[in-house]
Design a binder for this molecule. Structure first.
Ligand code: ZN
Length: 271
């Protein structure tokens, strides 16, 4: 009887090993090390717009990330991983990572988004142009920004000083004047944010997603370590450091939202 039990257990273990073997192979399959960096603007409980995400939809998007084992990480960690350049490091540390960024400093970041990320403990990076803060009627105040930064979940980075259209500015200025203007937009934004919020600012999102080689060099000279586009899919180690891709998000939910992140989530499920 005892011998029969032992034999049964041996057979059972062999069957389990056979079942698990293909899973182990799948687990060792190289994973595309892209990291989605999501880009948002505004939030509203009921109204949608091209750059306004309804808060119930945002909640569904965050649910989707959680269900699919994505971990929302601070943007600075993504940049660290990308600059490390190692595909292995990306796979080991941030293979399932996603970052959330929000441009422009609309007041709904405080009234709508902030309570949600506090409840869910989700880190977010805000790209801010300081000329609007405590000034434009639609914008956040310095007090709101300071409160959010204090929470430890919100990182504030630069979106230039007053959100210019660099293409237009280039067309209407002399080349020397344009160069000085670009430098001023990059440096003044950074120094103002650092002075007002006491936090390090070394990342930049390009206004209107306008990027060219001169602007990328200017960002590097101004002391930024990374700058972000407003399109382009997942960021990978070979992505240009001053034109890192992001994924604009609107009101996609469920599979449509998942499709936005597809390059990084195209991991084959076990057979
Ligand atoms: Zn913007």
């Amino acid at each position: 009887m005892k011998r029969n039990l032992t034999r049964c257990r041996t057979i059972c273990l062999a069957i389990v090993a056979l079942i698990l073997a293909p899973l182990a192979c799948v687990a060792q399959t190289p994973v595309e090390p892209g990291i989605p960096i999501l880009a948002y603007h505004r939030f509203d409980p009921s109204t949608t717009g091209p750059t306004t995400v309804r808060t119930p939809v945002l909640e569904r998007q965050l649910d989707w990330l959680e269900t699919h084992q994505y971990q929302v990480v601070p943007l600075s960690q993504v940049v660290d991983a990308l600059r490390g350049g190692g595909r292995d490091m990306l796979r080991a540390d941030t293979g399932h990572a996603v970052a959330i960024t929000v441009d422009d400093g609309h007041v709904s970041v405080y009234t709508q988004l902030y309570p949600i990320i506090l409840r869910r403990n989700v880190p977010v990076t805000l790209f801010i142009y300081p000329s609007a803060i405590s000034n434009a009627s639609y914008a956040l105040t310095w007090e709101q920004l300071a409160e959010m930064v204090k929470s430890g979940l919100v990182e504030v980075q630069s979106h230039t000083f007053w959100h210019p259209d660099f293409r237009k500015e280039r067309a209407r200025r002399t080349s020397d004047d344009y160069r000085a203007f670009v430098n001023s937009q990059l440096v003044r934004s950074r120094s103002t944010l650092e002075r007002r919020l006491g936090a390090r600012v070394d990342m930049l999102a390009w206004p209107f997603g306008i990027i060219d080689a001169d602007l990328q060099s200017a960002a590097e000279r101004a002391g930024y370590r990374a700058a972000f586009a407003y399109e382009g899919g997942c960021a990978v180690p070979g992505s240009p450091p001053y034109a890192l891709p992001r994924i604009p998000v609107s009101n996609q939910a469920g599979a449509a939202f998942g499709a936005l992140l597809a390059p990084a989530s195209a991991r084959k499920p076990p057979p």
